[in-house]
Design a protein around this ligand. Structure first.
Ligand code: PLP
Length: 428
C-alpha cells in the first residue's frame, strides 16, 4: 500500500498543528511511521487519501459501534442542521435523549450532557467532592479519564513516575489529591482508605479498563469497591465513557450487577459527534447548579446536532434486542481466529476480551493491571501493526489500546482480518 499523499498531508499539518494532530495517539509515535489521513468512511471501512481501503478496528476510538456514516445518525444531523445549529436555550431534543438514556441505564435519575468524556469525568469528580465535602480521589494506574489535571497521574500509556504528575503543567497541589491504586488490587484500595480516613470523596474506575489494552475486572472486584465506598462514605464513579452503551444497554452496571453513584459517558452516546454526559440519582445530581451549589456549565452543551446524533444512536441500540450479543459473538469469533494464528506462529501472547472490547498483548503472562500491560513486547507490536496496515487492516497505533468491534463488520471482514493476521504472524 502507498501512503504518499498521507505523508505529504502530515508534513503540511506538522507546520501548523503541534505534531500534526489534534490528539496525540493519532500521530503513530509508539509504532513509528506517519499517520493515515482519512478521506471518508462507510460501514466497517476507512478510505484514505491515497485510495486505500482499511478494515477499521478503532472506529473513532469507540463511538461508531454501528459502523461509519450510519444512515439514521447522518440523516438526523442533516435535518437538524437545516433548523439551526445552536441556540443556547433548552430544546425538547435534550429531554428526549435524557429520558431515553435514563430508561436504558440502571440507577440513574438524572443526566447532564457535556461536550466530551474529559468534561464528563472532570465534572463528576467535582460533583463527588462537593457532595461529600472531601478532596481526595482514588484512581487506578493505567485508567484514563480524560486529560483534566486530576487524572493525569499514571493515565494509561503515559510516563511511569510514581505519585507525580504525568505531564508538566499539572501542579503538585493537584497531584497530591489523586491517590493511585493498582487495578484489581483490593487490599491496595483498602490501605489507601485506612491511610486517608474521611478524606476520600470517591473512587473513579473504568469498570472494564480499556486504556491499557482491555483489562476486565477480577471476579468480585467491582462489588468489593462498592462495599469499601459504602463503609467509608465515599462515592463510586464508573467511568463508562468507553463501556457505556457498548457492553450492554445499561453498561457495566447492568453487566456486573454493581451500582455506581455517578456514571460518566462519552463516545457511543454522541453517535460520533462531540458528546459526554454524567448521571446519577436525584440526591446527587441535584447538587449541581442551578439547583445545587456545584458549578458546571457549557455554551455548546446539549448542542442540537450532537443530541440528534446521540438520540438516533441510542434509539438504534435500544430497539435492537440482539445487538450486544451479536457484537460479542463477532468479537469472540475474531478472538478465536487470532488465537489460532498466533499459536500456529509460536508467538508469546495474551488476549483479553470483554464483550466487543479486545486487545492483543505480546507477552505470555496474564495482563491484569498497568504493570503487566507494560510487559508486552512493543517491537513485536510495531511489526504486527504495520504488517496489518499493509494488509488493509487498521488497528490502534499503540499496544495500550483496545480494539472496538462494530456491528458493520461481517464475518467475511473478520475472516479477511484473520487471514491477514496469519500472514503477518508468520513474519514476526
Ligand atoms: C475516551 C475516554 C475518556 C475521555 O473522553 P474524551 O471524549 O476523549 O475527552 C475518558 N474516559 C475513558 C474511559 C475513555 O475511554
Amino acid at each position: 500500500m502507498l501512503y504518499q499523499r498521507s505523508s505529504q498531508l502530515f508534513a503540511e499539518a506538522e507546520k501548523v498543528i503541534p505534531g500534526g494532530v489534534n490528539s496525540p495517539v493519532r500521530a503513530f509515535k509508539s509504532v513509528g511511521g506517519t499517520p493515515i489521513f482519512v478521506k471518508e468512511a462507510k460501514g466497517a471501512y476507512l478510505y484514505d487519501e491515497d485510495g486505500n481501503r482499511l478494515v477499521d478496528y478503532i472506529n473513532s476510538w469507540g463511538p461508531m459501534i454501528l459502523g461509519h456514516a450510519y444512515e439514521p445518525v447522518v440523516n438526523a444531523v442533516i435535518e437538524r442542521a437545516k433548523k439551526g445549529t445552536s441556540f443556547g436555550t433548552p430544546t425538547a431534543l435534550e429531554t428526549e435523549i435524557a429520558q431515553l438514556a435514563v430508561s436504558m441505564v440502571p440507577n440513574i435519575d438524572k443526566i447532564r450532557f457535556v461536550n466530551s468524556g474529559t468534561e464528563a469525568c472532570m465534572s463528576a469528580v467535582r460533583l463527588a467532592r462537593g457532595y461529600t465535602k472531601r478532596e481526595k480521589i482514588i484512581k487506578f494506574a493505567g485508567c484514563y479519564h480524560g486529560h483534566s489535571d486530576s487524572f493525569l497521574i499514571q493515565a494509561g500509556s503515559g510516563a511511569v513516575t510514581f505519585g507525580s504528575p504525568n505531564s508538566p503543567g499539572v501542579t503538585q497541589g493537584t497531584a497530591k489529591d489523586t491517590l493511585l491504586a493498582t487495578y484489581n488490587d483490593l487490599q491496595n484500595v483498602k490501605d489507601l482508605f485506612e491511610a486517608n480516613k474521611d478524606e476520600i470523596a470517591a473512587i473513579i474506575i473504568e469498570p472494564v479498563a480499556g486504556n491499557m489494552g482491555c483489562i476486565p475486572p477480577a471476579e468480585g472486584f467491582l462489588q468489593a469497591l462498592r462495599e469499601v465506598c459504602d463503609a467509608n462514605g465515599a462515592l463510586l464513579i464508573f467511568d463508562e465513557v468507553m463501556t457505556g452503551f457498548r457492553l450492554a444497554k445499561g453498561g457495566a452496571q447492568e453487566l456486573f450487577g454493581v451500582k455506581a453513584d455517578i456514571v460518566t459517558f462519552g463516545k457511543v452516546i454522541g453517535g460520533g459527534l462531540p458528546v459526554g454526559a454524567f448521571a446519577g440519582r436525584n440526591e446527587i445530581m441535584n447538587y449541581l447548579a442551578p439547583v445545587g451549589p456545584v458549578y458546571q456549565a457549557g455554551t455548546l452543551s446539549g448542542n442540537p446536532l450532537a443530541m440528534a446524533a446521540g438520540l438516533e444512536m441510542l434509539k438504534a441500540l435500544n430497539s435492537d434486542e440482539a445487538i450486544f450479543s451479536r457484537l460479542e459473538e463477532k468479537t469472540a469469533y475474531l478472538e478465536k481466529g487470532i488465537r489460532e494464528k498466533l499459536t500456529e506462529a509460536n508467538l508469546a501472547y495474551t488476549i483479553n476480551r470483554r464483550g466487543s472490547m479486545i486487545s492483543v498483548h505480546f507477552d505470555a503472562n496474564p495482563v491484569t493491571d498497568f504493570k503487566t500491560a507494560a510487559n508486552g513486547d512493543n517491537e513485536t507490536f510495531k511489526k504486527f501493526f504495520h504488517g496489518l496496515l499493509k494488509e488493509g487492516v487498521y488497528i490502534a497505533p499503540s499496544a495500550y489500546e483496545t480494539w472496538f468491534i462494530t456491528d458493520a463488520l461481517t464475518y467475511e471482514d473478520l475472516d479477511f482480518t484473520i487471514n491477514a493476521i496469519e500472514k503477518v504472524a508468520k513474519e514476526l
